[in-house]
Ligand binder design. Structure first.
Ligand code: RB5
Length: 147
């Protein structure tokens, strides 16, 4: 189950992405928002991030104007590794190396064609399971709550 979320800046792209994923047979849970009316992106980042952290969703995709605010907010939730990607190389690498569980994108930065390819790449790429990457992710987890 893929959790989707957006703010007003990402609404149109989130709708297009939802159609694209559902056409491909990928089940999605849409956490809003539901229009282009101005909303606060941290609200939607938290909804998707908590769904991913709890296991309700295996992965999430968050879209705002730049993808930056969504990424910053989602990464505040323990267990979330959100990555801002605007190219397919980064989307593949962040799964293989960081085991990222949320992809964020900026609808004002890239067009829908590239965004859908990035999402496909992110979702189809598995974590490498390499010892060095497991070790480094454990080190990131160890930073939580550290002064
Ligand atoms: C909303 O105007 C904009 O700030 C938001 O979509 C996002 O880009 C924040 O990082």
């Amino acid at each position: 189950m893929i959790g989707l979320g957006c703010d007003h800046g990402g609404y149109a792209l989130k709708e297009e992405l939802k159609r694209h994923l559902e056409e491909a047979g990928i089940a999605c849970m849409d956490f809003g928002c539901d229009s282009q009316e101005s909303v606060d992106y941290p609200v939607y980042a938290e909804k998707v991030a908590r769904a991913v952290a709890s296991g309700e969703c295996s992965e999430g995709i968050l879209i705002c104007g730049t993808g930056i605010g969504m990424c910053i907010a989602a990464n505040k939730i323990p267990g979330v590794r959100a990555a801002l990607c605007h190219d397919c190389f980064s989307a593949q690498a962040t799964k293989e190396h960081n085991n990222a569980n949320i992809l964020t994108m900026g609808a004002r930065v890239i067009g829908p064609g590239l965004a859908l390819k990035i999402a496909d790449t992110f979702l189809k790429t598995p974590f490498s399971q390499d010892e060095r990457h497991i070790r480094r992710i454990a080190m990131i987890d160890g930073l939580e709550g550290k002064e």
